[in-house]
Design a protein around this ligand. Structure first.
Ligand SMILES: Nc1ncnc2c1ncn2[C@@H]1O[C@H](COP(=O)(O)OP(=O)(O)OP(=O)(O)O)[C@@H](O)[C@H]1O
Ligand SMILES: [Mg+2]
Length: 283
C-alpha cells in the first residue's frame, strides 16, 4: 500500500541564479552501520524487557553494554544474534553480516553439556559450524588462534578439566575461528583473576584496534568501559541510553543506571576511572 507521502505531488523545480548545493557524497559500504536497531521492543512472549531501543553500531566501534543484573543486556544480545525476534521494530544487519557467518559470539557461560567428552580442539572447532572452508584453511586458522590465545599446549586436553580462565579463552577462540567482523562478548572476564581478565581484554582490544573488528562487550567493570569503549549503552528500567563515551558516560547517567552515586574521574594521563560510592549503611 502506498503511504500518504507517496501520494504527495512533487513541487515543480524553481530555477534560481544561485549555484545548486552540492549533493552529499554517497554513503560508502563501510560507512553504513554494521547493525541498526530501530525502535525495537524486546522480550519473551508477552513479557516486555526493553522498550523502544534504537542504536546504530558502525565498523570498528567498541561498544560496552552496562547496567545492573537483570536489566536486559543479554536479552539485547540475543536479539542481535537473531535468537529472539523483536516484539516490535526492526534489527538490520549490513548485507555482509546478514547470514551471520562473520559474527562471533562469546556467551556469558558455556552452554555445552559436561557429560559429552570434548577436547579443547573439538570444542573450538564448533566455531566452524555453518562455514564452508577447505580443510587446510580450518587447520591453519585453528593453529593460529590456539597460539594467539596460549592454548596450543592444551589442545588435546578435555575441555571439562580446564580452569575457568582457560575455558573463557576457549570460548573466545571458538568465536575467533569464524574470522568475525563483529564480535559479541557477554561478560567474558567475569570470575577471572586479574591477570587472566587483563589478558583476555587485551586480546579483544587489540583485535578491535588492529583489525577493525567491531566489538559489543557486556561488562560490570565500569573501568573497562571508561578505558576501552568508544560507545556505551546503559540498561535500566526497560530503557537503553546509548551514545559515544564522551557524551554518555557521565556521572548523571551512571548514577541513574546503577542507583548509587558514581563519579567519573580524569587522571593526569587523560585516562578515565570510575568510583562508585554505595549508600552509607548508617544513613
Ligand atoms: N528465556 C527467558 N524467558 C523469560 N524471561 C527471561 C528469559 N531470559 C531472561 N529473562 C528475563 O529477562 C530479564 C533480563 O534478563 P537478562 O539476562 O537480559 O539480564 P542481564 O542484564 O543480562 O543480567 P545479568 O547482568 O545478570 O547477566 C530478567 O528479568 C530475566 O529474568
Ligand atoms: Mg547477562
Amino acid at each position: 500500500m502506498n503511504s500518504v507521502l507517496d501520494q504527495l505531488k512533487q513541487p515543480k523545480p524553481v530555477r534560481t541564479e544561485a549555484a545548486p548545493a552540492p549533493a552529499p557524497p554517497p554513503t560508502t559500504h563501510e560507512e553504513k552501520p554494521v547493525l541498526a536497531v530501530e525502535q525495537a521492543n524486546l522480550g519473551y512472549g508477552r513479557t516486555l524487557i526493553l522498550k523502544d531501543v534504537s542504536v546504530q553500531i558502525r565498523q570498528g566501534e567498541f561498544w560496552c553494554l552496562l547496567g545492573p543484573n537483570g536489566e536486559g543486556k543479554s536479552t539485547f544480545i540475543k536479539a542481535l544474534l537473531g535468537a529472539i525476534r523483536p516484539l516490535r521494530g526492526k534489527i538490520f544487519l549490513r548485507p555482509d553480516f546478514a547470514n551471520r557467518t562473520r559474527l562471533g559470539f562469546v556467551p556469558q557461560e558455556c552452554e555445552l553439556n559436561p557429560t559429552v567428552p570434548t577436547t579443547v580442539t573439538e570444542f573450538i572447532s564448533c566455531g566452524f559450524v555453518g562455514l564452508s572452508l577447505a580443510a587446510h584453511v580450518r587447520a591453519s586458522r585453528l593453529k593460529q588462534i590456539l597460539e594467539m590465545l596460549g592454548l596450543t599446549r592444551l589442545r588435546g586436553q578435555s575441555f571439562w578439566t580446564l580452569s575457568g580462565g582457560q575455558r573463557q579463552r576457549c570460548l573466545l577462540a571458538r568465536a575467533l575461528v569464524r574470522d568475525p567482523l563483529l564480535l559479541i562478548v557477554d561478560e567474558p572476564t567475569a570470575g577471572l583473576d586479574l591477570a587472566a581478565a587483563a589478558g583476555l581484554l587485551e586480546i579483544i582490544t587489540d583485535l578491535s584496534r588492529t583489525k577493525g573488528i567491531t566489538v559489543v562487550f557486556v561488562t560490570h567493570d565500569l573501568n573497562i568501559a571508561a578505558q576501552r569503549a568508544s560507545h556505551v549503552a546503559m540498561f535500566k528500567s526497560g530503557t537503553v541510553t546509548v551514545g559515544p563515551l564522551e557524551a554518555t558516560f557521565n556521572n548523571e547517567n551512571l548514577t541513574r543506571t546503577f542507583g548509587v552515586p558514581v563519579e567519573v574521574r580524569l587522571n593526569r594521563d587523560g585516562e578515565h576511572s570510575v568510583v562508585a560510592r554505595p549508600p552509607s549503611l548508617n544513613a
